[in-house]
Write a protein that binds this ligand. Structure first.
Ligand SMILES: *Cc1c(COP(=O)(O)O)cnc(C)c1O
Length: 401
């Protein structure tokens, strides 16, 4: 690593709260490529954790941001903002939830937090305010979203836990049904668990959850912060599973790198959040909206979803061969371009070998190598990545002996 990294790391260590441990420094990006401070080129199969889904410095998005920041960056929600309702209309139309309405925030945690508040506002009318979420889930780092997150290690040291949450095993309808006590107002889940290890929900399970929510007048909340925005090959993740939730949260890729989040809810629920009940100073600010509108335009015009399905299936197919070849590779799991290579041991060292081969990957849930390439990834780049993974597995196998 270069001089710039060393100098920066010195300042980082001195002045930045030590919650992160960055081991690399990238100084430029273009599409699926990144360059480090030594000018070395990398292939990016992480997309900034499913944020730069249209690749780095996407031309449409860059143009939209540049033009908007010359015109107007921020005005607050005290005044009408031309772009925000236009973006909301785009998202609602794409969702197919006819009467839905959108609230904009700035991050995934904040999007989920708003969705949780909405569920409580609805439930409290009838004295219900407990939310059921899933074991192994991840919903964010604010206190409420931590309480919803089904991994105790994230909550450790931050007690007391916010009340009103309980977890059940994922994809286990019987356990869920048993947990639906009279105080429950919502069930919250990811369509594909991301941080937890790329676990897709079962279609039959989701259908039963939907029916249960209808029967008990409970909200079905989908956290699509990671698996939404085209990642699975549909605009919204729930569209890949044939169910319609009552509310869905979005963030990460919504503006291809500008901080933005939000949730969409059926009008019956959204209409409860009247003036003064919920707000965000930055929420739906013109600059972020301009970027998000450009993302929507790319979905309309650039064949992004088709590419996600085609290349996603291609990669999963090729990776499956490794499950037969190495006994420590258990299976390949995922959907679209949200792909997990599941090992029987920690995946960190494998990601480390891949980084040395200039392929940027992630891990999830300790034993899963997580691949989240840009949705614009070409088959040729997929082939490069697959070859590197093949070489890395061979080296990894030798190290295990
Ligand atoms: C990343 C993530 C969040 C949290 O988003 P932040 O923007 O980091 O607050 C919430 N839910 C899921 C499923 C995520 O992947």
């Amino acid at each position: 690593m270069g001089k710039l990294f060393d100098e920066t790391n010195e300042k980082f260590t001195r002045y930045v709260v030590p919650t992160y441990a960055p081991g690399k420094m990238f100084v430029r990006g273009e599409g699926a490529r990144l360059w480090d401070d030594d000018g070395v080129e990398y292939l990016d199969f992480a997309s900034g954790i499913s944020v730069c889904n249209l690749g780095h410095c996407n031309e449409r998005v860059t143009r939209a941001i540049t033009e908007q920041c010359r015109r107007l960056v921020h005005i607050s929600n005290l005044y009408m903002n031309e772009l925000m309702p236009r973006l909301a209309e785009k998202l609602v139309t794409a969702s197919g939830i006819g009467d839905a309405q959108v609230f904009f925030a700035n991050s995934g945690a904040e999007a989920n937090e708003g969705m949780i508040k909405l569920a409580r506002k609805y439930g409290n009318q009838t004295g219900r305010n407990t939310i059921i979420s899933m074991d192994n889930s991840f919903h964010g780092r604010t206190l409420a979203t931590l309480a919803a997150t089904g991994r105790a290690k994230y909550r450790k040291g931050f007690e007391p836990d916010m009340p009103g949450f309980k977890q059940v095993p994922f994809n286990d309808f019987e356990a869920l049904e048993k947990a639906v006590t009279p105080d429950v107002c919502a069930i919250m889940l990811e369509m594909v668990q991301g941080e937890g290890g790329i676990y897709p929900a079962d279609v039959e399970y989701l259908k039963k959850v939907r029916a249960l929510c209808d029967e008990k007048d409970i909200l079905m909340l989908c956290d699509e912060v990671q698996c939404g925005m085209g990642r699975l090959g549909t605009r919204f993740a729930f569209q890949s599973f044939g169910i319609v939730p009552d509310a869905v949260s979005m963030a990460k890729a919504i503006a291809n790198g500008l901080p933005m989040g939000g949730f969409m809810a059926r009008k019956k629920f959204a209409s409860l959040l009247v003036v003064g009940t919920h707000a965000s100073t930055f929420g739906g600010t013109p600059l972020a909206c301009a970027a998000a509108l450009a993302v929507q335009e790319a979905f309309d015009k650039d064949g992004v979803l088709e590419n996600t399905v085609t290349v996603g299936n291609y990669i999963m197919d090729k990776l499956s061969a490794f499950a037969g070849k190495y006994d420590f590779v258990q299976c390949v799991r995922g959907k679209g371009l949200m792909i997990g290579l599941v090992l029987d041991r920690p995946a960190g060292p494998l990601a480390g070998i891949l980084m040395k081969k200039n392929l940027i990957t992630l891990t999830a849930g300790e034993t899963v190598l997580r691949l989240l390439p840009p949705l614009t990834i070409t088959k040729a780049d997929a082939d490069i990545a697959i070859a590197k993974i093949g070489e890395a597995l061979e080296e990894f196998a030798k190290e295990q002996k």
